[in-house]
Ligand binder design. Structure first.
Ligand code: NIG
Ligand code: FE
Length: 415
């Protein structure tokens, strides 16, 4: 048995046995912090914590690794509940086009955007995609990511969507990261279906979904519900089909326009609705009646120069907010969660503690990992990170662009 004791912790963040399944409203600013604490791990499980003053010492010192966290904070690792981290190539040329004045939507209408990524992914081998994605997601671990959701959606053919999802399944098998797979065949209409949407929807329903189900390749189903992409009615067809295979929705809605997708997704039991750069009062009301997690993606707002999600409005309505990276080659080419915290503080006026709650307990819920991740509680997965020696947790967003995390432990192993 491997054992780790972290002692003299300046602040143990998000710790306790009676924490809610997610934090909403005013509770979002509660760090649930224990000062001057210790944390004990056995194998991959959190087995004890408490105040250093109450610590009776360790009886059995065999095989015990002791880490002194004097002056440092310990937090649950980040859960990144929305990414497109399997892709074939970066898209700097579109970045430059946007600098010169084109918008994301204009580039997409010219055949760039998601279709550009799909062309490249279709011609890359499964092995190469896997190797690239493995390196890409492992580069996030030193920044504190411990769990990640990854979507398909750059395949857009039966073969290429299955290829992407098989890559994610292989990542799950070898990575110390906890991974959830989301099927996003409905990410964009392939060129040949531009004038014949139902043909592509039928392909998803009749060919992709049954094959995905046979191989057990997806945990969730997604749809890009947006003007020029999938309408609310089209999304409803897809979510109905997904429900037959017990796929819970986590959907892209309200990135550029409000179309009623939030309420429609919630009616299908969506675990999260993601983007919400645009939002109206009907969306807020629909969210209030549900356990669906509103998830904002400040990296995408920053990179595309589109509005930032209205975090304050959600919180003032007693709702939760989750923050995820949207890591993808088009709209958010970074999976650095600490940078998201900085953006959410400066651009969305979230407090530093609200951002940290939004990226741990709330994203764990958005990924269906609330039983095992997102908080420091007895019996939960030993996924924790130790900061550098810092004056307060606000240093994480304050020192933007820096890595404030010194050590990451995943499944009880020091990375
Ligand atoms: O969440 N908006 C839809 N999908 C991604 C972007 C995909 C891309 O541009 O490659 C997003 O922003
Ligand atoms: Fe996305």
């Amino acid at each position: 048995m491997s054992k780790i004791l972290i002692k003299n912790i300046k602040g143990l963040f998000q710790v306790g046995e009676d924490l809610p399944v997610f934090k909403a409203g005013k509770e979002m600013d509660n760090p649930s912090m224990m000062e001057n604490a210790f944390l004990a791990i056995e194998d991959d499980i959190i087995v004890a914590y408490g105040s250093m003053e109450d610590w009776g010492g360790i009886n059995d010192w065999r095989d015990l690794e002791v880490i002194d966290a004097d002056g440092k904070y310990v937090l649950p690792t980040f859960c990144d509940s929305h990414t497109h981290a399997v892709f074939a190539a970066t898209r700097e040329e579109e970045f430059e086009d946007r600098i010169k004045g084109l918008t994301y939507e204009e580039i997409a209408l010219k055949g760039g955007g998601i279709l550009n990524s799909a062309r490249k992914l279709q011609s890359m081998s499964e092995d190469e995609l896997f190797e690239q994605a493995l390196e890409r997601i492992h580069n996030l671990i030193p920044y504190g990511t411990g769990a990640i959701e990854i979507k398909s959606g750059y395949g857009l053919t039966v073969d290429a969507e299955l290829k992407m999802l098989r890559v994610i399944k292989r990542l799950k098998a070898v990575s110390p990261l906890t991974i959830k797979a989301t099927f996003l065949g409905a990410h964009a209409f392939p060129v040949e279906f531009k004038e014949h949407h139902q043909g592509y929807i039928d392909l998803i329903i009749n060919e992709m979904l049954p094959a995905i189900n046979d191989e057990g390749l997806a945990d969730y189903i997604d749809c890009f519900c947006e003007r020029n992409y999938f309408s609310v009615e089209e999304m409803e067809q897809l979510l109905t089909a997904g429900a037959k295979y017990s796929l819970t929705p986590k959907v892209h809605v309200n990135q550029f326009s409000v179309m009623g997708g939030v309420k429609a997704a919630i009616d299908f039991g969506a675990r999260s609705v993601d983007h919400l750069e645009e939002m109206d009062t009907a969306d807020i009301l629909a969210l209030k009646d549900s356990a669906c997690m509103p998830t904002l993606l400040p990296g995408c707002s920053f990179f595309l120069s589109i509005p930032f999600g209205k975090a304050r409005e959600l919180i003032e309505n007693d709702l939760p907010v989750a923050l995820a990276s949207d890591f993808n080659p088009g709209s958010a080419p970074s999976g650095n969660m600490q940078l998201l915290s900085s953006l959410a503080c400066t651009k969305m006026k979230m407090t530093p503690i609200e951002t940290l709650n939004a990226m741990t307990i709330n994203t764990a819920h958005a990924m269906g990992l609330e039983e095992t991740h997102g908080t420091i509680s007895l019996g939960k997965r030993a996924n924790v990170m130790i900061t550098k020696s810092i004056s307060s947790l606000a240093r994480i967003p304050y020192s933007f662009g820096e890595n404030s995390i010194e050590q990451v432990i995943l499944k009880g192993k020091v990375m």
